[in-house]
Write a protein that binds this ligand. Structure first.
Ligand code: FES
Length: 102
């Protein structure tokens, strides 16, 4: 599956997702500026992304932990998600995300 990620200067990157990996891991391994301080434990919100509207409804709903972390994050929008909580799968082929400001 492909992930289309827009970075903080507006450049688009087409990345190869890996089944079962989190979107955060794919962004980080591609060298995009995502801190992911907690390593994917849903405890830092430094993997915050905006999900393209057309994909939002296709993701699994947020856990309470993700909702709580996003409550404390900055620049949160209705389409904010933590990328470590999105798991790559074929159903998400073409997923579009934008890396949120730091
Ligand atoms: S990497 Fe820390 S919340 Fe996602």
């Amino acid at each position: 599956m492909k992930i289309i990620a827009t970075d903080r200067v507006g450049a688009e990157h087409v990345l190869d997702g890996r089944d079962g990996w989190s979107v955060m891991e794919i962004l980080r391994d591609a060298g995009l500026p995502i801190t992911a301080e907690c390593g994917g434990a849903c405890a830092c919100a430094t993997c915050h992304v905006y999900v393209d509207e057309e994909w939002l409804g296709k993701l699994s709903p947020k856990s309470d932990a993700e909702t709580d972390m996003l409550d404390m994050a900055l620049a949160v929008e209705a389409n904010s998600r933590l990328s470590c909580q999105i798991t790559c799968s074929d159903a998400l082929d073409g997923l579009k995300v934008t890396i949120a400001p730091e």
